[in-house]
Write a protein that binds this ligand. Structure first.
Ligand SMILES: *Cc1c(COP(=O)(O)O)cnc(C)c1O
Length: 345
């Protein structure tokens, strides 16, 4: 095959299992257990009227950018829309990283970053988080073309504090993508850093915090001069009429967002307490999932037994360091999870 050698050599990203039977308790890919805002359904129905589907969508998503700019207090010209935030991670890689260049990231974290480096034909270097999910200072990698920092991180759910974030950006002294796919569940973020430095790009997703994983919509926040360069890389119409309508309605309904976030934060607290009681070591989370480990028995069979009871959680294994990443579900789902775990253990 005359396929590029780096593509032949790579194995490809494997997404979490998507079994969608109605009776499955799905806690493996951090979807939101609550429906999107009622305004989203209204906006999609509205987008289906007249001849809106016959025409191309707004290439830059100007209505969305205006709404998001207002909610987040950022310049709409500093916002770039994406077909899910994964699309933006691809755009960023293609904008910043030459073939043979270098991508850096802490580990354990989001596995997709390595795949992006493999596709781009660049090198990939990682630095391990320490036991308490902190990073070494000074950051040891020099001269990366792009550094991915998921904050909050997956699978840990931990986040660098604002002071640690600022120090990290200064130490890297190059382009950093602050991947805030879970940023809406945390009480701080990197938006101010993105406003003040051309080296900081924040990416956000509507999949988790706005319950729109099925719609595929994310966005990046960066200085307008950076957005103008990324714009050359993105597909002209990377977001469609329906996803733009849904995303705009979702971000405009901040009251709904806040009520969903409060429910998730409350259930997350209960999971931390109850899972600890069942003997797990639980890392305090700033996201919509919790990372649990235990040393007295293997974790993979626990995930398999849960699956046999139609409860999906994500078993993760990073070169021998393993754990269960469990999404925050509804209270009823978490009751089922806890009862099943009590029976299994
Ligand atoms: C879920 C996730 C994404 C991707 O989100 P989409 O907007 O659904 O593409 C990006 N980064 C991290 C760390 C994630 O967990």
């Amino acid at each position: 095959m005359s396929v590029r050698s780096n593509i032949l050599a790579m194995s490809g990203y494997v997404p979490g299992e998507q079994l969608n039977d109605a009776d499955i308790v799905k806690l493996n890919t951090n979807e939101n257990p609550y429906p999107p805002s009622p305004m989203v359904f209204h906006a999609i129905r509205e987008a289906l009227t007249g001849d809106k589907l016959r025409k191309y969508p707004q290439p830059m998503g100007d209505h969305f950018r205006k709404a998001a700019g207002q909610v987040l207090g950022v310049d709409p010209d500093g916002i770039l829309i994406g077909n899910g935030s994964d699309d933006l991670l691809t755009i960023l890689t293609r904008t910043f990283v030459p073939e043979g260049g270098l991508i850096a990231s802490p580990t354990p974290s989001y596995i997709l970053y390595r795949n992006l480096a493999e596709i781009q034909g660049s090198r990939f270097e990682t630095v391990r988080f320490d036991e308490s999910w902190k990073l070494p200072s000074p950051w040891p990698i020099r001269g990366a073309n792009l550094t991915f920092l998921p904050n909050p991180n997956s699978p840990s759910g931990t986040a660098l504090t604002p002071a640690e974030l600022e120090r990290f950006m200064a130490e890297v002294a190059g382009p950093v993508v602050c991947d805030e796919a879970y940023g809406d569940f945390c009480d701080w973020n990197g938006l101010l850093l993105a406003k003040s430095s051309p080296n900081v790009i924040v990416t956000r997703s509507l999949s988790k915090s706005y319950s729109l994983a099925g719609i595929r919509f994310g966005f990046a926040v960066a200085q307008p001069q950076v957005v103008r360069q990324m714009l050359k890389v993105k597909d002209s119409y990377n977001c469609d009429v329906l996803s733009l309508a849904a995303a705009t309605a979702a971000i405009e309904d901040q009251d709904y967002f806040r009520s969903v976030k409060a429910k998730i934060v409350a259930t997350r607290g209960r999971m931390e307490v109850e899972l600890s009681r069942l003997g797990f070591t639980v890392t305090p989370s700033t996201a919509n999932f919790v990372w649990c480990r235990r040393s007295d028995r293997p974790l993979k069979p626990i995930a398999e037994e849960l699956k046999a009871r139609k409860i999906l959680v994500r078993y993760m294994n990073y070169d021998g360091y393993d754990g269960l990443r469990i999404s925050v579900g509804s209270d009823a789902e978490i009751d089922k999870l806890l009862a099943a775990l009590a029976a299994i253990l």
